[in-house]
Write a new protein. Structure first.
Length: 360
């Protein structure tokens, strides 16, 4: 098993990456001195494949484990569904030492993390990510949230898990479209911090889309290392962490304006990265050739470059709700080279509008 540690003092935790690592959940939790009751939250799709095996492992390790299934999809990241989970936590009698585990994609991870951060003012959180997106991004770093109809992730917290257990075997049951959505965040990691990872994605397309275990382990481990490195320096996004948001200023506006679920998160991020690359180019920060390289990587993994059914004005009106906006000024993460970004808060509206027109 590969292990990446997130070093955050008393809040440090391991990310364990390997085939069949879910079978280790019992010993891992015992090692963390966790015992007693545990609530496992999953969605109906993931729960029907992996729910029983995880519950069996937990029972064998002496836990009193219950499984709560929520509907799959972005709509589940809501206060309404959170209320159902709180109710189950209360009726099950979870106390401050009882862990809650998120078994699923980023939707289950963000929702369950939000419950963990707020129920009894905080209980231990275990991330068991099963989608590629959750394995390369959402299970790590402690951003937990639900959506508001007016904007993505607007209600949430920074709350780190106690452990992340990534079983790469779960990628074998992931639908094609969801594999691609996870790859959008891996492309992001390459673009913001690691030219070698970006090149790996360009060269190893067949192995990655063929779900080769070695290739998956490489991109998951590298992504976790990159994200951990950033979060260790800036846990609460005072500065550097903004780079993990590359492409997200436009992505979140597209998700909200098109209606949650119309574009899945990685698809919206792909469009948003295209937009951010265009803005970078219009500002003279990078060349048109670099934009072409970004577009080619996105298209190679069958991710969209445009949101044809969205209106530029609608996207524009949502941009200031971005969490990187301070004093009405949107902080844009812009590309200067593969693996290099800068943050600018003075991008003229005309430049943004020009890019949005190309995206829609
Ligand atoms: N907290 C963070 O740092 C962070 C980072 C990136 C994304 N996110 C959030 O993550 C969410 C997107 O996550 P996602 O793409 O995983 O979506 P998701 O959780 O909706 O999962 C996608 C689909 O794949 C299914 N699925 C998951 N694992 C499976 C498996 N192994 N086999 C079969 N089906 C499986 C799910 O049932 C779902 O239908 C968004 O809400 C996004 O905002 C958060
Ligand atoms: O962890 C981070 O920081 C990120 O920005 C990772 C993003 O991929 C992720 O989608 C995150 O949830 C976006 O955060 P938000 O603060 O813009 O809601
Ligand atoms: Zn994201």
């Amino acid at each position: 098993m590969d292990v990446v540690n997130v070093e955050l003092g008393q809040k440090s935790y391991p990310i364990m990456i390997g085939p069949n690592s879910l079978s280790q959940i019992g010993p891992v939790l015992k090692e963390l001195n966790l015992a007693g009751k545990i609530l496992v939250v999953s969605d109906e799709q993931v729960g029907k494949i992996y729910g029983d095996p995880v519950l069996e492992q937990l029972s064998a390790a002496g836990f009193t484990a219950e499984l709560l299934l929520v509907p799959p999809g972005e709509g589940t990241k809501s206060l309404e569904i959170a209320q159902l989970v709180f109710t189950r936590a209360i009726t099950m009698g979870l106390d401050r030492r009882s862990p809650i585990a998120a078994l699923g994609g980023g939707v289950v991870g963000d929702l369950t993390g939000f419950i963990a951060a707020t129920y009894l003012r905080g209980i231990p959180l275990i991330q068991l990510p099963t989608s590629l997106l959750a394995q390369v991004d959402s299970s790590v770093g402690g951003k937990v949230a639900v959506n508001h109809p007016l904007g993505k992730n607007l209600i949430g917290a920074f709350y780190q898990p106690r452990a992340v257990i990534i079983d790469i075997q779960t990628v074998s049951t992931l639908p094609e479209r969801e594999l691609a959505t996870g790859l959008a965040e891996v492309i992001k990691h390459g673009l913001i911090a690691d030219a070698a990872l970006f090149t790996y994605l360009q060269i190893n397309h067949r192995q990655i889309t063929g779900r080769d275990a070695g290739a998956l382990t490489h991109i998951i481990k590298r992504s976790c290392e990159i994200k951990a490195g950033v979060v260790e320096q800036d846990e609460r996004e005072a500065g550097l962490r903004m780079i993990l948001n590359f492409g997200h200023t436009i992505a979140h506006a597209i998700e909200a304006t098109a209606g949650y679920g119309r574009y899945n998160h990685g698809e919206a991020v792909a469009i948003g990265m295209h937009g951010a690359a265009l803005i970078s180019c219009y500002l003279g920060l990078c060349t048109p050739a670099l934009v072409a390289v970004v577009k080619s990587a996105i298209s190679k993994y069958r991710l969209p470059l445009t949101a044809d059914d969205c209106a530029p004005a609608d996207i524009l009106s949502l941009l200031t709700r971005d969490k990187k906006t301070v004093g009405g000024k949107v902080h844009w993460v812009l590309l200067t080279d593969i693996g290099k970004v800068v943050i600018r808060n003075n991008v003229p509206d005309e430049v943004v509008s020009r890019a949005l027109t190309e995206l829609t």
